[in-house]
Design a binder for this molecule. Sequence first.
Ligand code: NAD
Length: 336
Amino acid sequence: RPQFNYQKVILFPGDGIGPEISKAVIDIFDSAKVPIEWEFHEIHKKRVTEQGDLITEETLKQVKALKYALKGPFETPIGKGYRSINVTLRKRLQLFANVRPCKSIKGVKTPYPGVDVVTIRENTEGEYSGLEHEVVPGVVENLKIVSYNACQNIAQYAFEYARANNRKQVVACHKAGVMKQGDGLFLKVCDDVAKNYPEIEFSEEQIDTMAFKLANDPTKIDVMVMPNLYGDIVSDLCAGLIGGLGLTASGNIGKDCEVYEAVHGTAPDIAGKNLANPTALLLSGIMMLKAMRLNDYANRIENATYQVLEEGKFLTGDLGGKSTTTDYTKAIIDKL
Ligand code: NAD
């Protein structure tokens, strides 16, 4: 649907429930007259590149050229086969930051109302650098890489995010008491970068203390920035605080481009049955619109979504309702 002045954006519908939840997002964005034009990229499982990837060089170039992409979940092969599409995108597009906002939704019952926390995770190195080997039988060495550049990128991004989103505090989470050099470097860089953002309150916390604080009273926490492994764990914990993976959006940010995605998987048990909850992908799309400075459209869709969830008349099965994906989508469109 080419339109004058519409910005092109990539859409990877993904596997399993991916096409159903993508259709919901497309219909809602259409109804809100969002000025974007989707460029669909289907991934063909049988077309593996020489490097073992499903995503071709042309597609990667196109993501960089268009800058913004929305991605449904992809099935990840275990053991052999092609490389995980998520890993390929993250590595090849150098998506160094993973951002996951978790905000309580009225109408979704959780132990803590009023959570509004953002996890910003270093996405490229740390414990997930992929460098491990067996030194002698029975002893494996797994290298945790911490580089000044990656720390600088993630720290700067965290403060820029806080500034752009009017957040008041950033806390760096680490274990520098034990990993004095690796996490120590991360902490020092965060501390240095913080000096350029005097309006944002900066603090630091050992990751275990932060785990306690998140369980004790998450409503007191604002933006957290942390290395890869801690971020992986804490971001899922925060999703649990607001009612689950079906409601949690995320963005993978690089210098050239940004890929937004729901954090859940392909949900093979409900795929093709019109039962999936599209909220996580929808909220990821809303994050993307805000990054594109289409805030008016983003806010309208966000308000309509929150209203439908709060009223609770059209909820999908994962939230205890009986509505189909299309009923829920229609309810949001009706609000718009
Ligand atoms: P999953 O997230 O697909 O499913 C876990 C449970 O949550 C299932 O019961 C499912 O029905 C439910 N669920 C998930 N999303 C839902 C939604 N939007 N609405 C309603 N219910 C929902 O996790 P899994 O079963 O461990 O993984 C299935 C596949 O997805 C695997 O191949 C895995 O590798 C892949 N995966 C991909 C991504 C990604 O692409 N980002 C992330 C996680 C898992």
